[in-house]
Design a protein around this ligand. Structure first.
Ligand code: 13P
Length: 250
């Protein structure tokens, strides 16, 4: 059984201006005050804040990531940002295929795969998101939907530094609702089986994160489940104390 270092990533989404740096300073203090986290800690702020965050977080061992990238390295794509640019700002990770991009920007699994490959090419680790809608969960097709997303969105190879899968049921994002612990464990087992079948030993060591209303009060229960190797945290990552409590739950 491969030993996996858990990872807790904060996805700030479209939140965060200069005032938010105070929370980051507080988080860096909290993280360095104790014995240090038992997990890798990543913050994915808006790209406008990446460099400023890095200057605060580096000494606390907290690393940063982007929230999306274009599949191309550069070119005529007004408003987009490339993996290379994120890397140039000090990012080490990039979220791709978040449901808010899939739903709000019509992103397909194929595009998500292209973005993951762009991340590889720039030395970033892609955090590839999958997850079913509420209708899909209720109609009993959640597993089929997620397996379909894995088949289309994951790269054929594990990549130079690997990739991370984040299971985020769409209906659990920002709603305060979560699947039962049993359902989370089942889905993570399904994802693990897929990863091992397709990537062998690397699949055994691939982190599978849970995301969707992860909060200080439920993090401990979720993070102790089999094949849950960390979390992708939205709202609760904006407040230093809440995010630190989730990090400490590992
Ligand atoms: P919440 O934690 O706010 O539900 O968001 C989850 C998420 O979308 C992380 O990517």
């Amino acid at each position: 059984m491969a030993q996996i270092t858990p990872l807790i990533a904060g996805n700030w989404k479209m939140n965060g201006t200069t005032v938010q740096l105070g929370e980051v300073e507080r988080l860096a203090e909290l993280v360095t005050e104790g014995d240090g986290p038992r997990c890798t800690v990543v913050i994915c702020p808006p790209a406008t804040m990446l460099e400023r965050l890095n200057t605060i977080t580096a000494s606390a061992g907290i690393v940063t990531g982007g929230q999306d990238c274009h599949p191309a390295a550069h070119g005529p794509h007004t408003g987009d940002i490339s993996a290379q640019m994120l890397s140039d700002c000090g990012a080490q990770y990039v979220i791709v295929g978040h449901s808010e991009r899939r739903l709000g920007h019509g992103e397909t699994d194929h595009l998500v795969q292209q973005k993951a490959l762009a991340a590889f090419a720039s030395g970033l680790v892609p955090i590839i998101c999958v997850g079913e809608s509420e209708d899909e969960r209720e109609s009993g097709s959640a597993e089929k939907v997620v397996l379909g997303q894995l088949a289309e969105a994951l790269p054929d190879n594990w990549g130079p530094f690997g990739f991370i899968v984040a299971y985020e049921p769409v209906w659990a994002i920002g709603t305060g609702k979560t699947p039962t612990m049993h359902d989370i464990e089942d889905m993570h087992a399904t994802i693990r089986k897929y990863l091992v079948e397709h990537y062998g030993e690397n699949g055994e060591g691939t982190r599978i994160l849970y995301g969707g209303s992860m909060k200080p009060y439920n993090a401990r229960d979720i993070l102790r489940l089999k094949n849950v190797n960390g979390g992708l945290v939205g709202g609760a990552s904006l407040l230093a104390n809440d995010f630190y409590n989730i990090i400490s739950a590992v």
